[in-house]
Each structure stands twice: as structure tokens, then as C-alpha cells.
Design a protein around this ligand. Structure first.
Ligand SMILES: [Zn+2]
Length: 192
């Protein structure tokens, strides 16, 4: 773990300038990756990092849980709807093509990993700001281990909302029947 990577990118360069962009290129052990790894390690999880044997060399691989984690910069990997996913004002065509390639590559790597049986999780750089970090990391832990997993973020989780009316109706019908039953029973018992 070298701390050599300059992490002064947080505002040192004007956004969209060459230096700013270059500072955002994914390298080894950039600060967000270190945050994620340090946290997972502190929670007792063991992992491999940037293992070239896996598509996309995921930043974190947790063999025990079959989970691959990418810690992605929002600009470079085009975090959708994120304020950091800006398009530089010059060379727009170049950037557009570049971003398309990046997204296609990310999607392809994720698909390959999924096919190989890995669950892919993306942590975005903007989710690791001081105010968001704690929440995001504990949610990550849940996603990885399944512990206290509330599944609120599960893409394939069935919507509980759709079931609610049925359950309520069913319950009221049931209690009504029980009510009828118990009253008829009490009638019977009073007869005997
Ligand atoms: Zn973002």
C-alpha cells in the first residue's frame, strides 16, 4: 500500500482541465480504493486486489463471497446522473467516443464476471465523501456478506407494496371468519 498516488485532486485543478482529468484516471491504490479496502479489512473480510486473472481486474475480489468490487471514479466511468460526470467543453467528439468505449468496456467486464458466477458491486467515488462514507461502507458490507441484508437495493427483490393490499384483505376476511366461527361455537357450547 503505497501512498504515493497524489490525492490532491480534490479541488486542486479546475474541473475539466487536463490535470483534473488525468488525476482521475484509475490507477492502483487510489484513495477511494484504499478507503474501501481498509474498511473491509477492519470488518474482518479478506480479499485480493487487482487480480489480473479476472475480467477488468476488480479492485477487490472476495473469493469467499464470490463478490467483485469496482471502485469507480464518477467522471471516468460515467456515473449516471452524477454531477461529477461532466463532459469537457473542448474535443467533445473525442470525449464522447472515449466515454462510450469506457462504458462498453465496464459493461462487458461486468457481464463476463457475472457469467463466471461473480456478484459485481460498484462503489462510486462520490459515495465515499466524508458525509456519505460511513453509510455506504456499512451497506457495502451487508451487500457482500448478506448479514442484516435488508435487500432494499436488490434489483430482483419482489415489491412488497404490491402484496400489501392482498395481505390486509386476507387478514380481515380471516378474522371475520374466525369471528363467525367462534360465535357459532359459543352458541353451540351454550346449548350444551
Ligand atoms: Zn458519482
Amino acid at each position: 500500500m503505497t501512498n504515493k498516488d497524489s490525492t490532491e485532486s480534490q479541488g486542486k485543478f479546475p474541473r475539466g482541465s487536463r490535470s483534473y482529468i488525468m488525476s482521475r484516471i484509475r490507477g492502483r491504490d487510489t484513495k477511494p480504493e484504499i478507503l474501501v479496502r481498509r474498511y473491509l479489512f477492519s470488518r474482518g473480510l479478506r480479499f485480493r486486489k487487482n487480480d489480473p486473472r479476472y475480467p477488468g481486474k476488480p479492485d477487490v475480489i472476495l473469493p469467499k463471497y464470490h463478490v467483485a468490487i469496482f471502485v469507480n471514479g464518477c467522471f471516468w466511468h460515467r456515473h449516471e446522473g452524477c454531477r461529477h460526470a461532466t463532459v469537457p467543453k473542448t474535443n467533445v467528439e473525442f470525449w464522447t467516443a472515449k466515454f462510450l468505449r469506457n462504458r462498453a468496456r465496464d459493461a462487458r467486464e461486468e457481464e463476463e464476471l457475472t457469467t463466471l458466477g461473480w456478484h459485481v458491486i460498484v462503489v462510486w467515488e462520490c459515495e465515499l465523501t466524508k458525509s456519505e462514507r460511513a453509510e455506504r461502507l456499512s451497506r457495502l458490507y451487508e451487500e457482500v456478506t448478506g448479514e442484516s441484508g435488508t435487500e432494499s437495493d436488490g434489483e430482483s427483490a419482489p415489491s412488497p407494496v404490491g402484496q400489501a393490499p392482498f395481505t390486509i384483505e386476507h387478514r380481515s376476511t380471516l378474522s371475520k371468519r374466525l369471528g363467525d366461527f367462534s360465535s357459532s361455537e359459543s352458541l353451540q357450547t351454550s346449548h350444551r
